[in-house]
Design a binder for this molecule. Structure first.
Ligand SMILES: N[C@@H](CCC(=O)N[C@@H](CS)C(=O)NCC(=O)O)C(=O)O
Length: 263
């Protein structure tokens, strides 16, 4: 569980569930899906990553790496999307989104851990194939970022993406290979069952579906993954997916959501 201590009273005095998120961020989608599955009311604080709305002193005071999502629940600040999913499922157990059997539960945590451990490769693929240019920082923006960010992996990543050459070929090929390994494991798992773990939809599916969707939209070759494609279609037909993903990723002029509420 990743809980942040903050002196930011505006944040710690918030009541109810508040989500700081970006509509197209895969980690934000996870949390929105869980909130919709559980039909929990929540307040949106939308941060447009393309406009670097996450790179402010205020936001770094609640998320030390300046990433989305952050969930504030009755003043307690939670970061790390997979930890937020665990918090929501523990605090609001109905409907339960995890297996009851201990072995399957352990397997579910492992699948969630695999996604968290490999997020940097998802990011590299997305930046190289879709969003790198829109997320590129000018020298001035990079120097502002350096003042706030002390995570070396993120500093290196954004400096490399913002360089004239962009992300290195080596980084991109490692990302592609690693993602194929991850999705090949999912494909094998879905050979025998409808869901990643056991016989029911769980936090493991909620963790992985945004990765499939965003990678697919960025052109990742999923044609050799028939089981995974069928699994994704089943999740896409759930009302929670429609509300948490489809509605949010529509371009703003078509969207019924208000994106104006800002931190
Ligand atoms: N491990 C984190 C990863 C969060 C993350 O990398 N979020 C991305 C969007 S999916 C982000 O905020 N990127 C902005 C940036 O790199 O500045 C989590 O699961 O919450």
């Amino acid at each position: 569980m990743t809980i942040i201590e903050s002196t930011n009273k505006k944040a710690t005095e918030l009541k109810g569930i508040h989500l700081y998120h970006y509509r197209k961020s895969n980690c934000s989608m996870r949390v929105r899906i869980a909130l919709e599955e559980k039909k929990l009311p929540w307040t949106s604080h939308h941060l447009d990553l393309r406009r670097a709305e996450n790179v402010t002193k205020d936001y770094f005071s609640i998320h030390p790496k300046g990433l989305v999502p952050t969930l504030i629940h009755d003043g307690v600040i939670h970061i790390e999307s997979t930890d937020i999913l665990k918090h929501l499922d523990k605090t609001f157990p109905k409907p339960c989104l995890q297996p009851t059997n201990d072995e399957e539960k352990k397997s579910m945590w492992n699948w969630m851990g695999l996604a968290a451990d490999n997020h940097i490769h998802v990011k590299a693929y997305m930046f190289a194939h879709q969003i790198g240019a829109s997320m590129s920082k000018t020298d001035k923006e990079l120097s502002e970022y350096y003042k706030l960010q002390d995570n070396t992996e993120l500093l290196k990543f954004h400096a490399e993406n913002s360089s004239a050459e962009g992300l290195s070929k080596k980084r991109i090929s490692i990302a592609i290979e690693t993602l194929h390994d991850c999705f090949s494991s999912i494909e094998r798992q879905l050979d025998m069952q409808n869901w990643i773990v056991g016989s029911a939809f769980s936090l493991a599916d909620i963790t992985w579906i945004p990765l499939f969707i965003t990678l697919k939209n960025a052109g990742f070759p999923f044609s050799g993954y028939p089981n995974t494609t069928k699994w994704a279609a089943m999740i896409e037909s759930r009302p929670s997916f429609h509300k948490a993903v489809t509605e949010w990723i529509k371009e703003p002029q078509e969207s019924t959501k208000t994106l104006t509420e800002k931190y």
